[in-house]
Design a protein around this ligand. Structure first.
Ligand SMILES: [Zn+2]
Length: 407
């Protein structure tokens, strides 16, 4: 009996411990956050030039609203992660690759169960150049705006489109800062251009050497440039430079641009762990508003950036280097007849400084000491002067820039 009572007591104790065990288990948290999914932004530190801030823009990207592989909302988020301030959503005016898949998926909801006939509009339709556009071409930009407001993303989205014609002859053009993309559709390229300008938009000639054997302007291009429709040129598309276009921009007073033209997620092409940022255009402006950025483009205050190379007018490149690099005299070594300078790079872009056959790589946020001897004629110490190998100011040439000392 006694033994039975002990067993009973033990069982009761066990069951209460079990009950207690279950109580504590269930009153605990339902889930535990293991890490934060808050993806940080890459901050790209740039100098100021002539009192202007250098804003970072990509004026050529695609989304699923044409033949790109991500949504406009993801384009906006990745633009912010990548350190951009401005993103132009520039889906093709004539190409709508994903629409046919969506229309097929929606077919069971149609009365007759058949998918809507997909047709490229206007000039993109080989069978019918007069075919009307059935989609709302503003939808991609509107989705981008929606997510900017919903998620408080500090990015300026630009309403744009890529006008696609024969790449071997006519080429492609981005229309930027539009009010209504639907309204510019027309089979005649120059009628498109007229409608873009009517809306106060800008026109950029995209990847001018793509699928072409010569950089000589075609008949259509002679007319496009000659009649003043073109405002700027995409001298760099993704990782490709079209070197003769820098001279074209200077001669014809057009803005220099560098863009990704990315169809896939930018991280698949430019990576986040690489030594360079995604291709972009630096725009010198007082503020990051549509009005100020447009004005800066029209005044041609831009520098192109791709794979740690910089493209622009010589005076802007010289200012960029001099504002980014602080140079001071360490000491005059009279014994060895040289002056030691210390150069400190205060921006996120490295510089390849060439003197004769020697190239000094001045990495971001690092310093270098370089010695310069005396000029034989004047007997004075020479100032630090370099050919900057990762800057391009005309054709395939790199500028020679003197670094100002103790400014
Ligand atoms: Zn494109």
């Amino acid at each position: 009996m006694k033994r039975f009572l002990i067993v009973l007591a033990a069982a009761a104790l066990c069951s209460s411990a079990l009950a207690q065990h279950f109580t504590t288990t269930f009153s605990g948290p339902t889930s535990i956050r293991l890490f934060s999914k808050n993806v940080p932004r890459t901050e790209i530190v740039l100098p100021k030039i002539d009192g202007y801030t250098l804003y970072k823009g990509d004026f050529h990207v695609h989304t699923i609203y044409s033949d790109g592989e991500v949504t406009p909302r993801e384009r906006v988020r990745e633009a912010w992660y990548d350190g951009l301030d401005i993103i132009a959503i520039t889906d093709h005016l004539e190409i709508r690759t994903y629409e046919k898949f969506m229309l097929k998926a929606l077919a069971p909801y149609n009365k007759d169960g058949k998918p809507y006939t997909y047709a490229n509009a206007g000039a993109g339709n080989k069978k019918d150049k007069d075919a009307p556009m059935l989609s709302n071409l503003n939808a991609g930009y509107e989705e981008a705006l929606h997510i900017i407001e919903k998620e408080d993303i500090p990015i300026l989205a630009v309403r744009g489109t890529e006008i696609w014609r024969n790449p071997r002859t006519t080429g492609e053009y981005n229309a930027l800062f539009l009010k209504d993309i639907n309204a510019i559709c027309h089979k005649d390229l120059f009628e498109c251009f007229r409608r873009v300008k009517e809306q106060g938009g800008l026109i950029m000639h995209n990847h001018p050497g793509w699928r072409r054997k010569t950089m000589e302007k075609s008949e259509d291009q002679i007319r496009a440039y000659g009649e003043g429709w073109v405002d700027g040129v995409e001298c760099v598309n993704s990782s490709t430079l079209y070197p003769t276009t820098i001279r074209r921009c200077i001669d014809e007073k057009l803005f220099i641009a560098a863009n990704t033209d990315t169809h896939r997620p930018s991280s698949q092409i430019f990576g986040r762990d690489k030594e360079y940022f995604r291709t972009m255009t630096f725009i010198m402006a007082k503020e990051c508003t549509e009005k100020a950025i447009k004005e800066a483009l029209l005044k041609r205050r831009t520098i192109g950036y791709s794979g740690n190379h910089l493209f622009g007018e010589e005076h802007y490149l010289a200012k960029f280097l001099n504002e980014a690099v602080e140079c001071k005299v360490v000491r005059d070594n009279e014994k060895q007849e040289h002056r030691a300078y210390q150069l400190t790079n205060k921006c996120s872009i490295p510089f390849l400084l060439r003197r004769g056959n020697t190239v000094y790589k001045l990495e971001p946020f690092q310093s270098l000491r370089v010695n310069f001897g005396k000029d034989k004629k004047s007997g004075k110490y020479r100032l630090p002067k370099f050919t900057v190998d990762n800057m391009w100011h005309i054709d395939e040439k790199h500028p020679v820039i003197e670094v100002s000392v103790d400014k």
